[in-house]
Design a protein around this ligand. Structure first.
Ligand code: BZS
Ligand code: CA
Ligand code: ZN
Length: 435
């Protein structure tokens, strides 16, 4: 498979191109260490030098190693001492880093109370629905492993009617520790409802689109990470794994397209990129996938466009993740052109770096690949603020929430705008957007 120019361009454009990656504490080749053992070794971040290409990053990720940020010729990983020693033994060049809080100075990182809890999130949804009954309607679409409700919120004019309008889905918080993404959902909900009837663009879009927000796909993981008194850097869901004491599946490796195909996930339950026992094995993945399948009306998928919000790295990503190739089965050159044009338009508004997700490293079983290949939905991932640990990593301070959620206002509205026909973003309306 060939490398393609997009990755090289963006890599040179950004001195410190960063990405929050998989926190993988185990290895694929051997039995994984028990990630949930009470006496778990100290986990910290390390810089790994000499890792410069997507192939090199994929090779590192395949050892089950955590990679949090990507630089021009290095990465930042999260590892315990045993993993660090193992990697050094494999020839990797590791340097221990101080915690993001210390690197960023006082106030660089958050306290758990800086972010809405799961209960507060649902309360905010209920309040919006009560204040705007004509615009907002929420429904429980299923339960997490531990039995918490997973909620989808519809926002549209005449919300009680299933009108024949393009539908746009926003998913948030697949990864437990990425709390800023839940704030993004609440921002979008507040912005759309408060600006309807006031802002002409928002009004026109809610008159012609149906928006679905799923503020947390992983409520058990969120509660686990946020509500013990201090953050735990937890990524996965909280489902036990049979035959292992290690808990959790990486939901963003558990989707049912080319699941586990390509070395872009781990088969070890102790890894933070554990792909699960099978496609959609995690209850949370199944609930959201069933919801999406339920939006097929009259044989046609109503949802046309989607963003899955993550942190961190300030990136706009699109499929495929399971191959480096620009085009592949189910992804034509025109499809790729539309993804790049729309992704770049959104990135122009928020200052993120746009690229195909495999420019970073290979993943399989991601939500983007499934939504595109299986459901035909133009599906993006946004990696939100910050770009590095200096901004607080997964836990930036609450003082940045307003700025970093509203930063995506135009990008969200751009996606809604093109939801009638994403090919229009690439000038392909004559071919694909006939009325
Ligand atoms: C994250 C990083 C994210 C992941 C990168 C990615 C997104 C890869 C979409 C592929 C597709 O955890 O935020 O590793 O899931
Ligand atoms: Ca509809
Ligand atoms: Zn994530």
């Amino acid at each position: 498979m060939r490398r393609f120019p997009r990755g090289r361009r963006t890599a040179t454009a950004a001195t410190v191109l960063t990405l929050a990656l998989a926190l993988a504490t185990g290895t694929q080749a051997t039995a994984a260490p028990d990630a949930s053992a009470p006496a778990a070794a100290t986990v910290r971040q390390y810089q790994v030098d000499g890792v410069a290409t997507a192939e090199q990053r994929t090779a590192l990720a395949r050892t089950g190693t955590a990679i949090d940020e990507i630089g021009a010729d290095s990465v930042v990983i999260t590892a315990d001492e045993a993993d660090a020693e193992r990697l050094t033994g494999l020839g990797y060049d590791l340097t221990a880093l101080t915690a993001p809080t210390e690197r960023g100075g006082p106030g660089a990182a958050a306290a758990p109370a800086d972010y809405h809890t799961y209960a507060e999130t649902l309360a905010a949804v209920d309040a919006a629905e009560a204040a705007h009954p004509d615009l907002v309607s929420s429904q429980v679409i299923g339960q997490s492993y531990e039995g918490r409700d997973i909620v989808a919120v519809k926002v549209s004019a005449d919300v009680g009617v299933d009108e024949d309008e393009p539908e746009v889905l926003f998913t948030h918080n697949q990864h437990a520790r990425e709390h800023l993404t839940v704030e993004m959902a609440l921002y979008t909900l507040t912005e759309l409802t408060s600006q309807y009837g006031t802002d002409p663009e928002v009004t026109a879009l809610l008159d012609t689109r149906e928006v679905w927000l799923i503020p947390t796909v992983n409520p058990d993981g969120k509660v686990h990470d946020q509500e013990s008194g201090s953050f735990r850097s937890w990524r996965k869901n909280r489902e036990p794994n049979s035959g292992s004491s290690a808990v959790g599946t990486d939901l963003n490796r558990n989707w049912a397209y080319e699941w586990g195909c390509c070395g872009g996930s781990s088969g070890s339950p102790g890894s933070d990129t554990y792909r699960g026992a099978g496609p959609e094995s995690a209850p949370e993945t199944g609930v959201v996938a069933d919801f999406v399948r339920g939006r097929v009306v009259g044989g046609e998928q109503q949802i046309t466009a989607h963003i899955d919000f993550h942190t961190y790295g300030e990136l706009v990503l699109w499929p495929y993740g399971h191959t480096y190739a620009d085009t592949a089965p189910g992804l034509t050159a025109d499809d790729a052109a539309a993804f790049e044009a729309l992704g770049t338009a959104m990135a122009d508004s928020n200052g993120y770096t746009p690229q195909q997700s495999s420019d970073l490293y290979i993943t399989d079983g991601s939500i983007n690949d499934w939504l595109w290949a299986d459901q035909g939905i133009f599906s993006f991932t946004f990696e939100m603020y910050p770009t590095s640990g200096a901004g607080g990593g997964f836990y930036p301070p609450g003082s940045v929430i307003d700025r970093e959620t509203s930063r995506n206002r135009e990008a969200v509205l751009t996606l809604l705008t093109y939801a009638d026909c994403a090919y229009r973003a690439a000038g392909l309306e004559a071919e694909y957007c006939a009325a």
